[in-house]
Design a protein around this ligand. Sequence first.
Ligand code: NDP
Length: 395
Amino acid sequence: KKGILIIGAGGVSRVATVKSAMNMDTFEKITLASRTVSKCESIAADILKNQGVKIDVASVDADNVDELVKLIQKVNPKMVLNVALPYQDLTIMDACTKCGVDYVDTANYEHPDEAKFEYKEQWARDNKFKEAGIMGLLGSGFDPGVTGVFCAYAQQNLFDEIHTIDIMDCNAGDHGYKFATNFNPEINLREVSANGRYWENGAWIETTPLEIRVDHDYPEIGVKASYLLYHEELESLVKNIKGLKRIRFFMTFGDSYIQHMNCLQNVGMLGIEPVMHKGVMITPIEFLTTLLPDPGSLGPRTVGQTNIGCIIEGIKDGKPRKVYIYNVCDHQECYKETGAQAVSYTTGVPAMIGSKLLYKGIWKNKGVFNIEEFDAKPFMDELMTQGLPWKILEL
Ligand code: NDP
């Protein structure tokens, strides 16, 4: 038995690991490793109780390639699923090439000192992956992830030409706090407080943070204020969806979230440069993360739903066509099934599905790939049965 090695033990990992344990006919054996081994043990204990599956745990500092290599050699898995933080993408990718095992992640590499969100350094490892004869699947979460699969499915099955794509991400969940983030606060706040950007007619157009707002009617949820952000899947979809004229990404934020974020931004609490405080260097956004509720603790108290989807316009059989492909997910149902809320669930389930398609060799290649480069159908079928069913509306 080879098995899967899952790295990271936060909210997304909890869901991906539980879901992998529900698919043992594929994965055979699971090892969960992270910096704080007690978090792995807690997930493992819940899985033993609820799924009756025993998984192995280990501790690892995923910033350290040698430590990773030792762990991978010891565990000897068929593949590694990286659900730690974006800062660890490159070290884990390098350890995978050294050991000759396949790699999957859910977010693009982020340098701790620069908020860039780009694929450059991961794509640059394509040759090394080819030489090692292994495959890397980048961005197998929801966005990036399922949104790319929706676009690929549309390109492969619904359209002759795609002209515009709007990715619409709505979290209509309520956790009862005045301010909290649904996933890692540092990554979340870096993303939202950065300049917006979209792509039109071959060029990137930059906006100031949250400059463009639309009030969008989300199916099964209702009208919500949505703001244009830059989001990492835009970079790969622009390359991989042929004939595209425009692509944008919108996310909902409540007024309270925006007020708090603006205030924190204005006083410098979102800073990523260390400052001297009473003789100690501290990074403001890291300190803020210490103060904010742990996203993992939001599960029991979050109610409501998410709706993430793509509105795609183009041509089919010579006629204009516009479709809306989306998934609606309920926070409390996710919590009952996995112990985590919908933001972790909508990421962890696709992380497991991408891993499953690699593990079974249904998606197979050598090099580094984004998710929309494969046949979308098997992924779409898995979404239907693994807890993230989708719908298509003709508009
Ligand atoms: P959490 O902060 O809850 O969990 C991160 C985990 O990684 C923690 O267990 C942490 O360990 C571990 N970790 C951090 N640094 C190291 C290290 N150096 N070595 C070993 N382990 C480490 O994050 P989430 O679960 O919310 O997110 C996980 C990933 O999913 C992130 O990359 C995030 O960007 C991505 N994501 C993707 C989405 C998508 O749709 N594509 C949506 C949401 C998230 P410790 O507990 O010790 O700190």
